[in-house]
Ligand binder design. Structure first.
Ligand code: NAD
Length: 521
């Protein structure tokens, strides 16, 4: 085993974070490990379904008061959170890296994302949550107002790959909308969420409004989904189906952000060098453990050789290592299970005729779960990784004869999360984007342009999800909309006598209304 850099966070600090798990009880402990060397960094309580119930009950009580705060006071908490997060980023980067094994620059992306999310939602919250007058049933006679009330308690179930972005960035709009939140982070990465919880309390979020329960998903999932008003799930498509079924049984509203097998298209007019650099970022950011990362590349035959050479060169230029600094580009995979999945996918492909252009092996000399950034070609449909999400640093390169073929093959997938198009003509890229089955499409970027456009919705088509995060919808999904219509004059029902006259009048009225709508601006 190589000498791994020592974890830069003390055991006492991890213990202090573990004590934030509510409710505190004498529970069995769950060990959290550092992927760099598989050492235990700390433990958190293995919460029970009763703990979930207690957390939801406490959250509900605290949430009632929080919901009564003026929106600007709730906004002020997240303004402070934004600044504090950036000020204390080094300490949080250490925690994120300790439990994920990712490269520091990948961890920083999470902090930038959470801060940008806080900034965005603090900017729009007041406007979007203010009650709005709507066109009434009959102009002047009906006054109609749309309100947005908090739903109550929101449950968030999050994965390990982006433990800050996919838990706290999701909690921000839910809390700003006046809800309480109970978060169940992944078993492997609870400390990042606990660190953020501590900071939010320091920034003025009342105790109990945001709770973290730690433990096993299959045991805590149903009790959580059963008791909350809304569940936001991010994770695999397989578990997403279970969450959807459970939510359906309890009529709990939900959004599901699931897996992807995301394509990147290099058109015949693309700047090949730039496309290769973008592709490398898209394939190997976070060691490929990114729902929107690229696992399939379709390159036009006229630029295929040039692109392949640039892709191999750029991939080989990546530095792979462990370290709590910015000294390397790619970090470790999370654990043995993921390493085995990546290894099996590549071995299966090679056995069935795929060619490894670069990478293709684990690197135990760097740490137990390191795997080299890998580019494959000659991938055929019977290989597991042709369709299945690998969720690691492996991409398949395919040559195509036309743009239409690239689009058809990109769309030939059960997933529809993210896609990327490279071309010298952005308008052409946007036309191609419109033909792709993907919730987000990046033109001349791999994933970051769409993800970081927080004002626009983000989510998956097909098996990649239900619902969206980001944008105004990402806030309003955590509200119950309510329409209050006050009839000022008359009744909208037919009179007891003279229904024929009423019918004629109503018909004429509708015709006149349509005509008016056509002529008025
Ligand atoms: P996962 O589905 O195994 O786990 C996600 C969460 O669900 C964890 O907190 C886990 O404890 C919990 N869970 C497990 N079983 C459960 C059950 N029966 N009921 C309720 N909760 C349960 O996913 P993962 O392996 O942690 O994450 C990787 C997957 O997530 C990949 O498929 C990736 O593409 C996807 N993902 C999607 C997005 C997105 O925005 N679309 C973002 C990140 C990751």
């Amino acid at each position: 085993m190589p000498d791994a850099p020592s974890v830069p966070v003390s055991t006492d600090r991890f213990d202090a974070l573990a004590r934030l798990v509510t409710p505190q009880a004498d529970r069995q402990q769950l060990s959290v490990r550092a992927p760099y060397d598989d050492s235990v960094v700390g433990t958190v309580p293995l919460c029970s379904p009763d703990d979930v119930q207690a957390a939801v009950t406490d959250a509900r009580t605290a949430g009632d008061e929080w919901a009564a705060w003026p929106v600007e006071d709730r906004v002020a908490v997240f303004h402070r959170f934004h600044d504090a997060l950036l000020d204390r980023r080094e300490s949080l980067l250490d925690v994120i890296q300790s439990e994920t094994g990712k490269a520091r620059a990948d961890a920083l992306e999470e902090i930038l994302d959470a801060a940008a999310t806080a900034r965005y939602y603090t900017t729009i919250a007041e406007r979007e949550l203010t009650s709005t007058h709507r066109a009434g049933a009959i102009p002047l006679m009906t006054k109609t107002v749309e309100h947005h009330h908090p739903v109550g308690v929101v449950g968030i179930i999050s994965p390990w790959n982006y433990p800050l972005s996919l838990s706290v960035s999701e909690a921000i709009p839910a809390l700003l909308a006046g809800n309480a939140v109970v978060l169940k982070p992944d078993e492997g990465t609870p400390f990042t969420a606990l660190w953020a919880l501590e900071l939010l309390r320091e920034c003025g979020l009342p105790d109990d409004v945001f709770q973290v329960v730690t433990g096993e998903g299959p045991r805590l999932g149903e009790p959580l989904i059963e008791q909350v008003a809304y569940v936001s799930f991010t994770g695999s498509t397989e578990v997403g189906r279970i969450v959807a079924e459970t939510a359906g049984r309890h009529l709990t509203d939900c959004s599901l952000e699931l897996g992807g097998k995301n394509p990147l298209l290099v058109l015949d007019d693309a700047d090949v060098e730039k496309a290769a650099r973008g592709a490398v970022r898209g394939c190997f950011a976070n060691a490929g453990q990114l729902c929107i990362s690229i696992e399939r590349i379709y390159v036009h035959e006229t630029v295929a050789d040039e692109f392949r050479d640039a892709l191999i060169r750029e991939t080989r230029g990546l530095t792979l290592d462990a370290g709590y600094d910015y000294g390397h580009d790619v970090g470790s995979l999370l654990d043995r299970e993921l390493l085995e999945k990546v290894t099996t996918h590549v071995e299966d492909a090679v056995e069935k005729g795929a060619t490894v252009l670069t990478g293709g092996r684990a690197r135990p000399d760097l740490g137990p779960y390191f795997y080299e950034p890998t580019v494959l070609t000659d991938v055929t449909p019977e290989m597991t990784l042709a369709d299945e999400e690998t969720f690691g640093p492996v991409v398949s390169l395919y040559e195509v004869e036309s743009v239409s073929e690239a689009i058809d093959r990109a769309n030939d997938s059960a997933y529809g999360l993210n896609a990327s198009v490279w071309t010298a003509r952005p308008q052409r890229g946007e036309q191609v984007a419109a033909r792709l089955d993907a919730g987000t499409v990046n033109v001349n970027e791999a994933y970051a342009a769409a993800w970081a456009s927080i004002d626009a919705p983000m989510g998956g088509m097909k098996d990649s999800g239900v619902g969206r995060r980001h944008g105004r919808h990402g806030l309003l999904k955590y509200t119950e909309s309510q329409t209050v219509a006050t009839q000022r004059l008359g009744l909208l029902s037919p009179p007891k006598r003279g229904k024929q006259v009423w019918a004629t009048g109503a018909t004429l009225g509708l015709r006149a209304w349509k005509r008016l709508a056509e002529v008025l601006p």
